[in-house]
Ligand binder design. Structure first.
Ligand SMILES: *[C@@H]1O[C@H](CO)[C@@H](O)[C@H](O)[C@H]1NC(C)=O
Length: 290
């Protein structure tokens, strides 16, 4: 006598499997992002959404500081946003090119800044940290002389036959060309910039930060990601911190209006870098490389 499965069984099985599979994928990607970001020491980020500490309203010291200073502290060269804006600005050289060492230094600060937002960042940017490290290895490697700037890198990789065929992913992503890695980082930068800009300028009572950053994800990165990743990212955005928490992370101890203005300036710096990189990549026909 054969084993006759009840026709309901597979369907019921699927009903339970799909949510489980999504959960497993989330945990897997979360663990991966933790590993790739583990350079930041314990507690830098957590896969478990911790209860966000309430937005600390330090009105007294905040307004005192604000009236004494022209700018909030987070824009100082040592401040949370200033540390990131400095190298990114310095990457824009006077020849209209982008200096790679400075660009990557800016990226490192951007990742540090975004890490407390949770694993969603690593998701959405498909492990920006790994890409930054891969590109740094080239900038500091045996061919360092060819990797001073974006234009120099592309010219050299093209001459040396290192550029991939457009649209064809390299077999081993770790060996992808510097130009391709830059393009992927460039898209992730656009997402970060749009997300931060929208958080900084979003209307009270309008869409919350998670929704705004999810929209930016859908515009910039979603089209380049497989379906399953897009679904996982969409779910992960549900636990994205609120605007108040984001502003507090960006400009600790600053009043909301000032924190918003500072974050908008930081997003503006990212946009300048994005615009220049976009122009350089477009002129060289590289926007389809990945
Ligand atoms: C970036 O380019 C866009 C489109 O060309 C332009 O509207 C925008 O003002 C530029 N942003 C910056 C910060 O230069």
């Amino acid at each position: 006598m054969g084993v006759a499965l009840h026709p309901q069984v597979p369907r019921r099985w699927f009903r339970h499997t799909i949510p489980l599979a999504v959960l497993a994928l989330l945990l897997y990607l979360c663990a991966r992002s933790l590993r790739s970001l583990s350079g930041y020491g314990p507690g830098a980020l957590s896969c478990i959404t911790e209860g966000s500490p309430p937005l600390q309203v330090r009105q007294q010291s905040g307004s005192l500081e604000a009236s004494e200073r022209e700018e909030p502290q987070c824009l100082d060269p040592q401040g949370m946003l200033g540390r990131m804006m400095g190298p990114f600005r310095a990457s824009l050289n006077s020849k209209g090119d982008v200096e790679l060492a400075q660009y990557l230094a800016g990226w490192r600060e951007l990742i540090k800044f975004l890490s407390p937002f949770g694993s969603i960042f690593a998701f959405a940017t498909s492990e920006a940290f790994t890409k930054v490290t891969a590109l740094e290895a080239r900038v500091q490697g045996p061919d360092a002389a060819q990797y001073k700037s974006l234009a120099a890198m592309v010219a050299w990789e093209r001459r040396a036959g290192l550029l991939e065929q457009p649209g064809i992913a390299p077999r081993d992503p770790a060996r992808s060309s510097g130009s391709r890695t830059t393009l992927l980082l460039h898209r992730a930068l656009r997402w970060s910039q749009l997300c931060l800009h929208r958080v900084a300028t979003g209307a009270l009572g309008g869409p919350d930060a998670g929704e705004q950053c999810n929209d930016a994800y859908g515009t910039v990165l979603g089209p380049h990601h497989p379906w399953l990743v897009r679904q996982a990212v969409r779910l992960a955005f549900l636990s994205f911190p609120g605007r108040g928490r984001l502003l507090e992370l960006a400009c600790p101890g600053t009043r909301e209006a000032e924190a918003r203005a500072a974050l908008a300036r930081a997003a503006g710096t990212l946009e300048e870098v994005y615009n220049r990189t976009q122009g350089l990549l477009a002129e060289r026909g590289l926007l389809q490389l990945a």
